[in-house]
Write a protein of this length. Structure first.
Length: 333
């Protein structure tokens, strides 16, 4: 069934400097970008430079000359694992109300935050005056959630640091959300639910220069937060450690790395482990990870790829078995 066309978008003449400034606030890297699939709403990584045409298409809602409708995502960490913002993601109405309460309390503390509704809930964004290491950004965000008893809400960035892929992503604001019915664009709102500015052009200008969390408040919250423990590489149980003797290096890799956790750093997996296959033009979620048996498979007849973490890395990087084993082994040491 073909996806409905997006609701009619306004076509303002967007100032290219505002568009670029907006992108630089939300997108920590321009060497690659995630793009939302217009049929499924899922994201996949594209290893090309972000261009002004892409950004204009995203913000304006107009078709890109070659790509058609474009909705971009924003990775949460730059190449050095540093964060310019944290984003809280509420998937349910109750969680969304919790983020409203957090925004109200932050306002009383004179801490600016930005509410962005979405299809089922919404996002709350906080911007740092200076970049923080991903681990510190997550400590800050988790402490705020703990104080509000909202620990079930997801935090972006999801990783303390990048180890393999570009990491977690959030839909870049002001773009069309293709999972909404009909597809639509969500404006930022104030605490009363009214748009913070009446037009896309004016919202864009505000978001290109957002108010930041005071540095003193960041220091206070980090002072209250427990020390972070480094996130481990996505391994399986310790008894299957890489240092286990009597096996080939490739066997140790397959026995050590969680395929589900590893693959989810590169493609968006549903909770059941399914996804669009990154190795062909997939529209049916042919890709699947079996967590208990620790393998993956694409069930599309013309693709039919699988099965181990080594196979995934070979296909993803376009390298042979020997090089894949070498690179994965280096990640584990």
């Amino acid at each position: 069934m073909q996806k409905e066309r997006p609701e009619r978008q306004s076509s303002p003449e967007l100032n290219r400097y505002d568009v670029l400034a907006f992108a630089q606030i939300f997108m920590p890297r321009f060497d690659c970008y995630p793009r939302q699939h217009t049929e499924t709403g899922k994201y996949y990584v594209t290893y090309h430079e972000v261009t002004m045409d892409l950004l204009r298409s995203h913000v304006s809602g107009k078709k890109h000359p070659q790509l058609g409708y474009v909705t971009l995502g924003a990775y949460a960490l730059d190449q050095n694992s540093r964060a310019s913002w944290v984003c809280f993601d509420a998937d349910e109405e109750e969680e969304w109300q919790g983020l409203h309460r957090m925004a109200q309390e932050l306002k009383q503390e004179r801490v600016p935050s930005y509410l962005e509704p979405s299809r089922r809930g919404g996002h709350l964004w906080l911007f740092f005056p200076e970049q923080l290491p991903g681990r510190e950004a997550r400590r800050f965000a988790k402490q705020l959630l703990w104080e509000q008893d909202l620990t079930s809400i997801e935090v972006y960035p999801k990783q303390d640091e990048l180890r393999t892929g570009p990491g977690s992503l959030v839909r870049l604001p002001l773009g069309i959300h293709w999972r909404a019915t009909p597809p639509k664009r969500y404006h930022f709102v104030d605490l009363n639910g009214k748009p913070i500015a009446p037009t896309i052009r004016e919202q864009l200008r505000l978001l290109a220069n957002p108010e930041c969390v005071p540095a003193s408040f960041v220091d206070i919250i980090l002072g209250l937060a427990p020390e972070a423990h480094p996130q481990p590489f996505p391994l399986l149980a310790k008894e299957k450690a890489f240092q286990a003797a009597g096996e080939e290096v490739s066997d140790r890799i397959k026995a050590s790395i969680s395929v589900y956790d590893f693959v989810s750093q590169f493609i968006q997996l549903e909770r059941g482990g399914t996804a669009l296959c990154p190795f062909h033009d997939d529209h049916e979620e042919s890709f699947s990870v079996h967590q208990e048996r620790n393998f993956w498979r694409c069930f599309a007849t013309h693709c039919d790829k699988g099965y181990t973490v080594i196979d995934f890395w070979m296909y993803w990087r376009g390298i042979d078995f020997k090089q894949a084993v070498k690179e994965l082994a280096a990640m584990l040491l």
